[in-house]
Design a protein around this ligand. Structure first.
Ligand code: NAP
Length: 523
């Protein structure tokens, strides 16, 4: 069993006490241990500000893009080893592991290309300038410059590689050094990623640090130029947002939290048609990929009243084919939940959904026979499909995210009713609408948008070309209002804004143009 170390101040450091043991969630065999007791986290914050920040800000966007390209490349070179680490420590199947690791390298590569596009500049202009008075000389611009602090990234257990890379890619491209803290339970993969980056990516000093284990007093050192980006449960997120130092020093905070994502089958759907099949396939995949431990997984399934029985049958047919077991086995399609606590939470959540009026129509909270696993071992939960025939009365179904292979099927009366039901989730990361009818699209898409960070429109013409609704693409924003945390990440260049200070510049146009490198003929 290895001891995970933290990469701080350009050296590896091991905790001194209070070690936590990480286990393989399929077999419960110990895989690593880690601790942050005794580590100098204050020193890490100062090192990022004093060494990492200046090193990154001395580089242009294009040069920082080159850094991201190197990071992507060196991780891709050890893809197989990272997949093995993910399977052993995260309970992921090979496919799940690729989703995480290829997501990491792909997002780094995307932001590397954006760096090239932004070019050899160190600040960004935000829109064209404006004449401010009658005099054409007195002029105003908005400029965006890197914050001179550190970006602390606190990540959830479900995407140890992508979570580290997607946040780091944007911060580093913006010119802000990073301290990344993966969730302890699955930190082995993040540790392997960091080992490789340290070994082969030629990271600028202080640009990227990693804390493996408890966050300790890390967040207490954040100040006015720093940012905190968190992904995890809404209660933890709320606690972070409310930290005394975070509030009093106006630390910029981004929260990605729980989400009761909805999939809506349009009223025009024809059973057996391409769009209907796409809907069934996507919902079954979203329920079972990563054992449903995806922030973007479908939790609520809304179907026209008259189609509910047929959809239930089709979903049960798909779910009953999913082979559950040790994800190291080729034939296994779904592994365990990540921790014993996650399994306890999911089972308790199922009880609460049933108490709210949902009934289980497939699967069980306790019965599961995983393949290739010693009897009684592992944190397995079979896919569970619930059904709530009175969705307006089933409050918990719209409020409680059961973070596992669990979703609830519900009928809706008409498009206005479907919109009302989606809104009951109080803000989601992604809402999926399946329809080929333009009138349905027009009636629904812009009404669903205010409740959703992303609206995925499934239709027959893109059934074979689209990514799955749960896939987070670096070019589109990820985040959602309300319950989903109210945050926003990625979205191409938009994601940089979190790490940049937007400043209005006012003065003599000729002087400002010179400072900003604006050619009078192009302005
Ligand atoms: P969690 O328990 O909230 O933990 C998330 C992260 O916060 C972990 O790194 C954890 O570290 C850290 N943390 C917990 N308490 C802390 C504190 N007092 N100070 C500093 N750090 C602290 O969530 P999780 O169990 O990892 O993830 C499951 C939840 O995340 C689900 O509810 C899901 O909805 C949500 N999620 C959301 C998204 C999204 O993008 N919106 C993505 C994935 C997951 P330790 O592990 O060391 O405790």
């Amino acid at each position: 069993m290895i001891t995970l170390r933290s990469w701080l101040k350009d050296g590896w450091h091991e905790g001194t006490a209070d070690f936590v043991t990480l286990v393989n969630p399929a077999t419960e065999a110990p895989v690593a241990r880690t601790s942050t007791t005794g580590l100098d986290l204050r020193g890490a914050v100062e090192y990022a500000r004093e060494t990492g920040g200046p090193a990154l800000r001395a580089m242009t966007f294009a040069e920082r893009g080159d850094l991201l390209k190197r990071m992507s490349k060196v991780l891709f070179e050890v893809r197989d080893a990272l997949i093995d680490a993910s399977i052993a420590s995260g309970g992921t199947t090979r496919g799940d592991a690729k989703f995480d690791i290829d997501g990491a390298t792909g997002t780094l590569a995307y932001y590397a290309a954006l760096g090239q596009k932004l070019g050899t500049v160190r600040a960004l202009l935000d829109g064209p300038g404006e004449q401010l008075t009658r005099s054409p000389r007195f002029f105003g611009y908005h400029v965006k410059t890197p914050r001179q602090g550190v970006a602390v990234h606190v990540n959830a257990f479900n995407f140890p590689a992508w979570g580290l890379a997607e946040k780091a890619a944007v911060a580093l491209l913006a010119g802000v050094p990073v301290i990344s803290k993966p969730a302890t339970a699955t930190a082995l993969l993040a540790y392997r990623v960091m080992e490789r980056l340290v070994e082969a990516a030629n990271l600028p000093p202080g640009a990227l640090q990693l804390v493996c284990g408890n966050a300790g007093d890390l967040l207490s050192y954040l100040g006015p130029q720093d940012v905190l980006a968190f992904t995890g449960g809404s209660q933890t997120g709320a606690r972070m947002r409310g930290l005394e130092g975070v509030v009093s020093r106006s630390v910029r905070v981004n929260i990605e939290a729980d989400s009761l994502n909805a999939a809506v089958l349009g009223p025009d759907a024809e059973p057996g048609g391409d769009t209907y099949q796409m809907f069934v396939r996507d919902v079954a995949r979203e329920m079972t990929q990563k054992a449903g431990q995806k922030c973007t997984a479908t939790r609520r399934i809304f179907v026209p009243q008259e189609l509910v029985d047929g959809v239930q049958e089709a979903l049960v047919e798909q779910l009953s084919r999913v082979k559950i077991g040790d994800p190291a086995l080729d034939e296994v399609r779904m592994g365990p939940l990540a921790t014993a606590q996650q399994l306890r939470d999911a089972r308790e959540g199922l009880t609460r959904l049933q108490a709210a009026g949902a009934r289980i129509v497939f699967g069980s909270a306790t019965d599961v026979q995983p393949l290739g696993v010693p009897a009684g071992k592992g944190f397995f939960l079979a896919p569970v499909l619930l059904r709530a025939d009175r969705p307006h009365d089933a409050a918990a179904v719209h409020a409680l995210e059961v973070f596992g292979p669990v979703a609830t099927l519900m009928p809706y009366a008409d498009t206005a009713d479907a919109i009302r039901l989606v809104a009951r989730g109080e803000g989601s990361l992604v809402t999926t609408l399946y329809t080929d009818d333009r009138a349905v699209m027009e009636a629904m898409v812009l009404q669903l948008a205010p409740y959703s960070g992303r609206v995925f429109c499934g239709s027959a013409k893109i059934a074979e070309q689209a990514t799955s609704p749960g896939a987070v693409l670096p070019s589109c924003v990820h985040g959602g209002p309300g319950r989903a945390g109210g945050g926003e990440e990625l979205g191409g260049e938009r994601g940089l804004d979190f790490y940049l200070q937007r400043t209005a510049l006012q003065g003599d146009r000729a002087l400002l143009d010179r400072v900003l490198g604006i050619n009078a003929s192009e302005a």
